[in-house]
Design a protein around this ligand. Structure first.
Ligand SMILES: [Zn+2]
Length: 126
C-alpha cells in the first residue's frame, strides 16, 4: 500500500508508529512504517512528527546556559603594586543622633583600592 505523505491518515499512522517505537529516531520510525506501508518522502513526515511530539521535545531540549560574566576592569585583573589604583567617593549628608535632642550630620568618604582590599570607608562628622 502506498500512502501520500501529506494525508491526515498518514500523519496519524506515523504518530502512532512513533509512539509504538518508544519515540524512536528518524531511521527507526521509517523502518517501522515501511514494514506496514510505503510512504512517499517519509523522512520529512517523520521529522515533522518528531518536532511536534512533546515527549521528544523534553528529551531533546538543552539546558539553559548562563552567559559568561563580563570582562573585569583591567585595574582589577593586572598585577601591580599596592595602592597603584585608588579611587575616592563621597556620600552624605547622613543624619545621626548623638543624644535624644541633638541631631548631627556626617559625610562618608569611600576609598577604593584595587588591591588587596577592595573597599575601606571612614565616617567624617562635620
Ligand atoms: Zn516523540
Amino acid at each position: 500500500m502506498c500512502l501520500p505523505a501529506d494525508a491526515m491518515f498518514t500523519r496519524k499512522l506515523m504518530q502512532r508508529i512513533h509512539v509504538e517505537t518508544l519515540h524512536g529516531g528518524v531511521s527507526l520510525s521509517m523502518a517501522a512504517i515501511r514494514e506496514q506501508c510505503w510512504i512517499l518522502t517519509p523522512r520529512q513526515l517523520v521529522k515533522s512528527v518528531r518536532s511536534a511530539c512533546w515527549a521528544c521535545k523534553r528529551f531533546i531540549a538543552s539546558p539553559l546556559t548562563v552567559p559568561p560574566p563580563g570582562p573585569l576592569p583591567t585595574d582589577c585583573t593586572n598585577e601591580g603594586t599596592a595602592f597603584k589604583v585608588i579611587g575616592t567617593d563621597f556620600a552624605g549628608p547622613i543624619k545621626y543622633k548623638q543624644c535624644k535632642k541633638s541631631e548631627e550630620k556626617a559625610y562618608l568618604a569611600i576609598s577604593h583600592v584595587a588591591s588587596p582590599e577592595p573597599y575601606a570607608w571612614k565616617c567624617c562628622p562635620v
